[in-house]
Design a protein around this ligand. Structure first.
Ligand SMILES: Nc1ncnc2c1ncn2[C@@H]1O[C@H](COP(=O)(O)OP(=O)(O)OP(=O)(O)O)[C@@H](O)[C@H]1O
Length: 318
C-alpha cells in the first residue's frame, strides 16, 4: 500500500520539484505548479505525473490541480499613421530580432484591415486551437509564437468589424495562453481612429514604436500616431524610418524614391529617439512574400533590423 512518502518519491523524478502531494485513502491529490511552461510541455508533464501516480499500488484516483503564477508580460505596440509604410514587416522582423536576442516574444497581429502576419511568418492557413475557450498561439518557425486576426476568420474573407467586435477579438488574443512569453509585440492597424485608441487604452502598451517612410506626408501622419499615444499616456520608444535609400541591384547606385533622412529630422524635432533606418530593398519584399523574414537570416538587410532590435532592447531594459 502506498503512503504519502512513496507518492512524493514516485513523482519527484517526473515533476522536477513542481508537485505537492496529498493522499486521502485511495485518492492522490497533486498540485502542479506549471508557471512559465508552454502548453505542450505542461500537458506532457500533467500526463506523466498522472500515470506515475496511478501506477502506485492502492491509488484508485488521481486528481491534479494546475497552478500558475501570474507573470508580468509587457506589450510593445508597433504603429503607423498611415497604411502601407511597412508597419507589419517591421513588427515581424523586430519581434524575430528580439527573440534572437534571447527574449521570449509573442506577436499579436491586431491589424483588422489587413492581417498579414500569417503570410509574413509562413504560417498561412494555420488556425489557432483553443483550450477552455482560451486561444493557444501558433508556433512559428522563427522562435516566436503568434496570433492573428487573420487566423480568426476564413481566408480571403473581408474583415469589416466594428470597434467593439475588433476590441473583443484583440482581448482574446492578448489574453491567450502565452505561457512564458515575456514580451508581446502588437502590430496595430494603421491610422489614428477610435479602434486604435480603444485598443491602446484597454491594453496599455509599455511603449510604442512608430513606423514611417521618409517623405513629409507620411511623417505628418506619423506625428498624429505619436499624438494618439501621448494622449493615452503610452511612452514612445522611437521612430523607425522604413523604405529609405534604394540600392539598385544592377548598378549598386543608391537612390531615394521617398526622400531621405526625413524621419530622423522629424524625430529630432519631436524630441523622440530615432531608432533605425530600414532600406527599401527587393530582398526584404521578396523574403516577406515568401514567409522567410529577413531578420531570421544573416543578410545585409537583417542588419538594419538588428540595429532596431538593439535600440528597443535597451529601452526595454530601462
Ligand atoms: N523596407 C522594405 N523594402 C521593400 N519592401 C518593403 C519594405 N517594407 C515593406 N515592404 C513591402 O511593402 C508592402 C507593405 O508592407 P506592410 O504590409 O508591412 O505594410 P503595412 O504598413 O503593415 O501595411 P498595412 O497598412 O496594409 O497594414 C509589402 O509588400 C512589404 O513586403
Amino acid at each position: 500500500m502506498t503512503d504519502p512518502q512513496d507518492l512524493s518519491a514516485a513523482l519527484a523524478p517526473v515533476s522536477a520539484g513542481r508537485a505537492t502531494v496529498r493522499l486521502e485513502g485511495g485518492r492522490a491529490n497533486v498540485v502542479l505548479d506549471v508557471t512559465g511552461l508552454a502548453p505542450e510541455t505542461r500537458d506532457a508533464l500533467e500526463a506523466e505525473v498522472r500515470s506515475a501516480a496511478a501506477a502506485l499500488p492502492g491509488v484508485a484516483e488521481v486528481r491534479i490541480l494546475l497552478t500558475s503564477e501570474r507573470r508580468t508580460r509587457r506589450i510593445l505596440a508597433v504603429a503607423s499613421g498611415k497604411g502601407g509604410v511597412g508597419k507589419s514587416t517591421v513588427a515581424a522582423n523586430l519581434a524575430i530580432a528580439l527573440a534572437r536576442r534571447g527574449l521570449r516574444v509573442g506577436l499579436v497581429d491586431a491589424d483588422i484591415y489587413g492581417p498579414s502576419q500569417p503570410k509574413l511568418l509562413g504560417v498561412e492557413g494555420v488556425k489557432p486551437q483553443a483550450r477552455d475557450k482560451v486561444l493557444l498561439p501558433i508556433e512559428t518557425p522563427f522562435g516566436l509564437r503568434m496570433l492573428s486576426m487573420g487566423g480568426l476568420v476564413a481566408e480571403g474573407q473581408a474583415i469589416a468589424w466594428r470597434g467593439p467586435m475588433a476590441g473583443g477579438a484583440l482581448g482574446q488574443m492578448v489574453d491567450a495562453d502565452w505561457g512564458d512569453t515575456e514580451l508581446l509585440v502588437l502590430d496595430l492597424p494603421p491610422g489614428t481612429g477610435d479602434v486604435q485608441l480603444t485598443m491602446i487604452q484597454k491594453h496599455k502598451p509599455a511603449g510604442a514604436v512608430i513606423v514611417s517612410t521618409p517623405q513629409d506626408l507620411a511623417l505628418i501622419d506619423a506625428t498624429r500616431a505619436i499624438d494618439l499615444f501621448n494622449k493615452a499616456g503610452v511612452p514612445i520608444v522611437g521612430l523607425v524610418e522604413n523604405m529609405a535609400g534604394y540600392c539598385c541591384p544592377h548598378c549598386g547606385g543608391v537612390s531615394d524614391p521617398f526622400g531621405s533622412g526625413g524621419a530622423e529630422k522629424a524625430a529630432g524635432a519631436l524630441g523622440i529617439p530615432f531608432l533605425a533606418r530600414i532600406p527599401l530593398a527587393m530582398e526584404i519584399r521578396a523574403a516577406s512574400d515568401a514567409g522567410t523574414p529577413p531578420a531570421a537570416g544573416d543578410t545585409d538587410s537583417s542588419g538594419s533590423f538588428v540595429t532596431l532590435a538593439d535600440s528597443v532592447y535597451e529601452w526595454l531594459k530601462r
